[in-house]
Design a protein around this ligand. Structure first.
Ligand code: UFG
Length: 351
């Protein structure tokens, strides 16, 4: 076990490190002095994010970053990375993430997300690295019986292949620990990550029509789309629209850094919710974003979207008590930073 509580002695492989959550986490790690190796095939991200990371962290910290353009499912490429670096721990973000697309392309989703995880952990085992943090999701809780959700809340059947991949990868990583108690697994269940780096240099840059609420709202704000489509206003919530626990991507990034420090010297499998504990409705988001961008954003009410739950939000007591981590940003901050990113990069990284 080579992870130490001294970040400057630690080297972390970040799969999917050019993506939305990955890139923000890389910034936080580099700023703590951690050496970072990114493996990303750029299938849903831009290499330009690497320049932005350099700009944010500065030349000295950026020296500790290495990028490999490779598919995590490419075992030879992974072996070369593990041969070239002494990797202490892996943070595994790489995966397909569009819920609707996963319904159309189940083979691709299962093969990519589960396949790359199996390839990754086999390569880790072969190189004696048994510490992994996995990007899981509140989607594993399905339609909750009780709120807020704690880590002890039951996992419920997923409603789409994307959700099942998160569900199953959690089980796969749990099985590793049962088979070999030297494994050290942390499953981070994210609620709804939004926002952007406060510098405006990095943010979410979905390809095509955004599936998620915030990037859609941001594109309406910048004039790329006409109106927000609100999926259902007849839910059993205060204003009838769906309620979620939105969390600033920088808080999420800090949560990964806290988990990395916490897992040093441990073994086993632990789960943590990463959210704010606050539920916010779709209409409250539209209002908050309107305030951030300075004009009332138009919206239209549409039927409910298949597979959506009424409400979910987290109880984050465990992360606070054990990781010493707590979300700091509120919805106004999240919308401000998202707007700052979107308005200065109206077409994302390619703009
Ligand atoms: N919504 C709209 N209009 C849109 C998009 C979304 O009204 O254009 C609504 C949804 O109905 C929902 C809320 O906004 O009530 C949030 O929807 P998102 O698509 O932004 O997020 P989800 O909660 O559906 O899904 C997110 C992640 C998934 C993850 C899940 C975990 O995208 O990866 O949270 O709960 F699995």
């Amino acid at each position: 076990m080579r992870i130490t509580t001294q970040p400057s002695n630690t080297c972390v492989l970040v799969t999917g490190g050019c993506g939305f959550i990955g890139s923000h986490t890389v910034v936080v790690l580099l700023q703590q002095g951690v050496e970072v190796v990114i493996v990303d095939d750029l299938s849903n991200s831009s290499e330009k994010v690497l320049d932005r990371i350099d700009q944010i962290v500065g030349a000295d910290a950026a020296e500790k970053l290495t990028f490999y353009q490779a598919d995590v499912n490419d075992r030879e490429a992974l072996d070369a990375v593990f041969d070239a670096h002494t990797i202490d721990a892996v943070i595994h973000f790489a995966g397909f993430k569009a819920v609707g697309e996963s319904v159309q392309k189940p083979i691709e989703y299962y093969s990519n997300n589960i396949g790359n995880t199996l390839t990754l952990v086999d390569a880790m085992r072969a190189h004696g690295c048994k510490s992994i943090i996995f990007s899981s999701s509140a989607t594993v809780y399905g339609d909750p019986d009780e709120l807020p959700l704690t880590e002890a809340s039951p996992k419920k059947p997923a409603t789409n292949p994307y959700g099942w991949t998160k569900w199953m990868i959690e089980e796969i990583l749990g099985s590793l620990v049962v088979a070999d108690p030297e494994w050290n697994v942390v499953l981070l269940r994210y609620f709804n990550p939004i926002g952007a780096h406060p510098s405006g240099l990095m943010g979410e840059d979905p390809k095509g029509i955004p599936n998620n609420l915030l990037p859609y709202v941001a594109q309406v704000a910048v004039g790329r789309r006409d109106a927000v489509h609100v999926f259902g206003n007849d839910y059993d919530t205060p204003d009838g629209t769906g309620v979620r626990d939105y969390i600033h991507v920088m808080d999420l990034a800090e949560g990964h850094a806290a988990a990395l420090t916490w897992m040093a010297g441990r073994t086993g499998c632990e789960v943590f919710n990463l959210g704010t504990g606050q539920g916010t409705s779709v209409l409250e988001i539209v209002k908050a974003f309107s305030a951030a961008c300075g004009r009332d954003l138009p919206y239209v009410i549409e039927p409910r979207r298949a597979g959506d739950v009424t409400a979910n939000y987290a109880d984050c007591t465990k992360a606070r008590e054990q990781l010493g981590w707590e979300a700091r940003y509120n919805i106004a901050d999240m919308c401000r930073d998202s707007w700052n990113w979107q308005s200065t990069n109206p077409n994302g990284y390619e703009g």
